[in-house]
Design a protein around this ligand. Structure first.
Ligand code: MG
Length: 362
C-alpha cells in the first residue's frame, strides 16, 4: 500500500490522483491531503478517505515536515509559486516526488535540484510532455540522449493573427483545444508561456542544456514529446490527450495500470507538425531568455506572469499585455543568485510588485 501526501487535492490534477486512489484502494491511500482554498471539497475528501492529516493552505502556515514525514510519494499539484516550498520540504526528506507543479522547477530549479541531489530524493515528472520523455528514456531520468523535442498543441489561438490577439477574451483563452486544465495553466498555454516553462522544467529534470531542447507545434496532441538518440533513432510517446496516464504512471512506474483508451491511428489518419511562431507568442521567448539568464530571473518571470494572468482573467488587461507586463517586471527586477529560498522568494515578490505597479499605471 503506497501512502500518498497529495498537495492540491481539489485541483484538476489532484482530482485525477483522487480518482486513482478511488479505483485502486488496495494499492493506494492518503497520508495527507492539502487543498489551496476549497474547504468544502477538502471536507468531502476527508469524509471519503479519512487521511490522518488534512489542511487548507488558506488557513495559515502548514506543518510541511509533518505532512511529508509518513508518505511514500509526495504528489505535488498545487498552483503556481507556492509549489516550491512544498517541493523543497519533500526533497529535504528524501522523498519520491511526483511533480505536477512546474513553477517549482521554473522559479527554484537550481535550489530544488540541489536539495534533491543532496538528500537522495527522486523527481518523477507528471507534466504530459515530461512524462512522455521519461517513458521514452525507459522511465529513467539519466538515460543519455541527443535531443529532446517538446510538443505543443499551439493553444486556442494558433491560427489567429497578431492583430486578432488584441481582441481575444478570457473566455476564448480558456477554451483549450485538447486538454481540460486549471485556469492559470490554460492561459499560459494560450500565450505559450507554458511551453517556455516546460523547456526550463525539462532542462532541470533531465539535467541537460537549453541547446538540446527543441519545441514543435503539434495541434492534435497525440505525440506527447520525443527523444532523439545519438544513432538517429527517435522515440515518441503517443496516445489520446489524457492526464490520467501520466498521473497514474507517476504513482506506479515502471508498472502501468489500465487507464486510457487505445490509440487508433487509422481514425486519426494525419498528424501535423509545425514551428512555433515566436513573434506571435513573445511569452515563449521571454521564458526561455529568463531561463538562460538563470539565477532569480525565472522566479521573477513567474511572479510577474501570475499577476499578469490574474489581471487578464479578471478582464483588466488585453491578452498581448500579459507579455508586456512580464517584460516590464523582468527589466525592473535585478537578477540575484538563486541559492536560497529567501532570495528566490524576494525576486518573486519584487517582480509581482513591479507588475502590479504597471497595472496600476495603466
Ligand atoms: Mg504540459
Amino acid at each position: 500500500m503506497k501512502k500518498i501526501a497529495l498537495i492540491g487535492c481539489t485541483g484538476n490534477i489532484g482530482q485525477k490522483v483522487v480518482d486513482a486512489v478511488r479505483c485502486y484502494p488496495e494499492k493506494f491511500c492518503f497520508s495527507a491531503l492539502v487543498c489551496g482554498k476549497n474547504r468544502d471539497a477538502l471536507h468531502a475528501l476527508q469524509e471519503e478517505f479519512h487521511p490522518p492529516l488534512a489542511f487548507c493552505a488558506a488557513d495559515g502556515a502548514l506543518p510541511l515536515d509533518e505532512i511529508f514525514s509518513s508518505c511514500d510519494i509526495a504528489f505535488l499539484a498545487p498552483s503556481g509559486f507556492a509549489g516550491l516550498e512544498y517541493a523543497l520540504a519533500a526533497a529535504r526528506q528524501g522523498k519520491v516526488i511526483a511533480l505536477s507543479n512546474k513553477e517549482s522547477l521554473v522559479a527554484g530549479g537550481e535550489l530544488l535540484m540541489k536539495e534533491v541531489k543532496d538528500r537522495g530524493a527522486t523527481l518523477i515528472p507528471v507534466d504530459s510532455e515530461h512524462s512522455a520523455i521519461f517513458q521514452a528514456l525507459s522511465c529513467r531520468l539519466d538515460t543519455p540522449f541527443k535531443k529532446l523535442i517538446l510538443t505543443a498543441s499551439g493553444g486556442p489561438f494558433l491560427r489567429l493573427s497578431k492583430e486578432e490577439l488584441e481582441h481575444v477574451t478570457p473566455k476564448d483563452a480558456l477554451r483549450h483545444p485538447t486538454y481540460a486544465m486549471g485556469r492559470k495553466i490554460t492561459i499560459d498555454s494560450a500565450t505559450m508561456l507554458n511551453k517556455g516553462y516546460e523547456v526550463i522544467e525539462a532542462k532541470w529534470l533531465f539535467s541537460t542544456t537549453f541547446e538540446k531542447i527543441e519545441t514543435l507545434v503539434h495541434p492534435e496532441s497525440i505525440v506527447h514529446s520525443l527523444v532523439c538518440f545519438e544513432d538517429g533513432a527517435t522515440i515518441a510517446e503517443m496516445g489520446y490527450p489524457d492526464m490520467r496516464v501520466p498521473v497514474r504512471l507517476a504513482l506506479t512506474y515502471p508498472e502501468r495500470l489500465p487507464c486510457g483508451e487505445d490509440l487508433d491511428l487509422t481514425k486519426l489518419q494525419t498528424l501535423h507538425f509545425e514551428q512555433l511562431d515566436k513573434e506571435k507568442f513573445p511569452c515563449f521567448t521571454l521564458a526561455l531568455e529568463a531561463g538562460k539568464s538563470g539565477g532569480t530571473a525565472p522566479a521573477a518571470l513567474n511572479g510577474a506572469a501570475e499577476v499578469a494572468v490574474d489581471a487578464f482573467l479578471k478582464g483588466g488587461i488585453s491578452f498581448p499585455k500579459i507579455a508586456e507586463i512580464i517584460l516590464y517586471a523582468l527589466d525592473k527586477t535585478p537578477i540575484a543568485q538563486a541559492d536560497a529560498f529567501e532570495t528566490v522568494k524576494a525576486a518573486d515578490q519584487l517582480a509581482r510588485a513591479h507588475a502590479k505597479r504597471y497595472l496600476y499605471d495603466l
